[in-house]
Unconditional design. Structure first.
Length: 403
């Protein structure tokens, strides 16, 4: 009855040449009204609008003008907020420190972004030095570290699209995603793709639009999608399971990746490549595909050094070469957990961990490479010729024959 009444009022307004304006924070229209109403979407405020809000707060608080690089940092920290949210963040900074600082604004933006439950602004201190090995992938990232700068635009360099990292669980894919944002010097947004899907008709698509709008407003930024294969695993058969919602969301997402012009660098990690649709893997969606295998001996040695230092111990007190040899087949995560277990054993004995303590822990450890040997072999076979290896192949030295 309400719908019928609304249509009658709409027809009367048309006859009298009077516009009817409906405002709302979420677009959910009944099918009967979709062709009757023109939808105008308002984008999140840009730098100029945020600058006006900043100037208003500065003037009302009788503070000196915010200029130069400090102004740019504050406005960049506020990108992705509405004008009201930005005003509140600026005002809170004034209340806390009698000035407007980018750190306070960024903290409030992280809280605001987290409220919608779709995106999370991740604060990370991970760098490429936190990763043991993966030299090819590191070199690839370093060559693009200035890709979002003005000099790259003047050179005519296209914006990088994104990176898909495939590989065995525990080999540093998520760590690389976090370090990527540090390399580019941009904020890191984490998307829990499972939260996009909702029960109401059209809500999943609206959630995806909200994610894209927020990411483009905060841009330049890195968008991290963990467990990408599980997020869109139902896109192949969703027509019989959820009315095609997963397929529509997936199609909208890959279309955005192909056509996007905003500087949003997508970093996706996946384990089971068999779950990924072929249209996702073709060139143009990503700048490159990398496969992360089990660490080789040199990488394991580097991982041991990083893990020991991270746990406030001196690596020189351990035989890193021998530790790397006896941990053949272990992932980086398993090496880290082995040292943590050794710390617990040493703490219980009121002493410091040694090589012998670590060896005792490793005797009871069953690595993932044994539990999932067939799956790992299948992943390696799939990656050959389809993805670049994140680590350069080890060149074996051949002994010279003496005549």
């Amino acid at each position: 009855m309400l719908l019928r009444k609304f249509k009658d009022v709409l027809q009367a307004a048309k006859a009298q040449q009077k516009p009817m304006i409906i405002v709302g924070c979420r677009l959910v229209l009944p099918p009967e009204l979709e062709r009757e109403i023109t939808v105008l979407e308002f984008a999140l405020p840009g730098k100029e609008q945020l600058g006006d809000v900043l100037d208003g707060i500065v003037e009302s608080a009788a503070l000196p003008p915010v200029t130069g690089d400090h102004r740019e940092h504050v406005i960049d920290a506020a990108r992705g907020l509405t004008t009201v949210e930005a005003e509140n963040a600026f005002a809170l900074s004034v209340a806390e420190s009698k000035s407007i600082t980018a750190a306070v604004v960024a903290r409030e933006k992280a809280q605001t972004v987290k409220k919608n439950g779709l995106l999370e602004l991740v604060e990370t201190n991970e760098t490429l030095e936190s990763i043991g090995g993966l030299d090819v992938l590191k070199t690839w990232l370093l060559k693009r570290r200035h890709a979002f700068g003005s000099r790259a635009r003047e050179y005519g360099l296209p914006l990088p699209k994104g990176l898909l990292i495939l590989g065995i669980s525990g080999t540093g894919k998520s760590l690389t995603a976090k370090a990527t944002a540090k390399v580019f010097g941009v904020p890191l947004l984490k998307l829990d793709a499972g939260r996009i899907f909702a029960g109401l008709v059209g809500q999943s698509e609206a959630n995806l639009r909200s994610v894209i709008q927020t990411a483009e407003a905060i841009a330049p930024c890195a968008l991290w999608i963990d467990e990408f294969d599980k997020s869109f695993a139902g896109s192949k058969s969703s027509g019989s399971t959820d009315g095609g919602t997963s397929a529509r969301v997936f199609g909208s997402f890959i279309s955005w990746m192909q056509e996007k012009t905003a500087p949003v660098f997508v970093v996706a990690t996946a384990n089971d490549v068999s779950q990924l649709p072929p249209e996702l893997l073709r060139k143009g969606r990503w700048d490159d595909l990398f496969f992360v295998d089990l660490p080789n001996e040199a990488e394991r040695q580097a991982i041991w050094k990083i893990v020991i230092e991270r746990n406030h111990r001196d690596p020189h007190e351990f035989d890193l070469i021998q530790l790397a040899r006896i941990t053949d087949g272990l992932t980086g995560s398993e090496i880290e957990q082995a040292f943590v277990d050794a710390l617990y054993c040493a703490f219980d004995e009121e002493t410091e961990p040694t090589d012998l303590t670590i060896a005792g822990v490793l005797n009871d450890l069953v690595p993932l490479s044994k539990l999932m040997a067939e799956q790992i072999t299948g992943m390696r076979n799939w990656a050959k010729g389809r993805a670049r290896c994140a680590t350069a192949p080890v060149v074996e030295r051949k002994s010279r024959k003496l005549a």
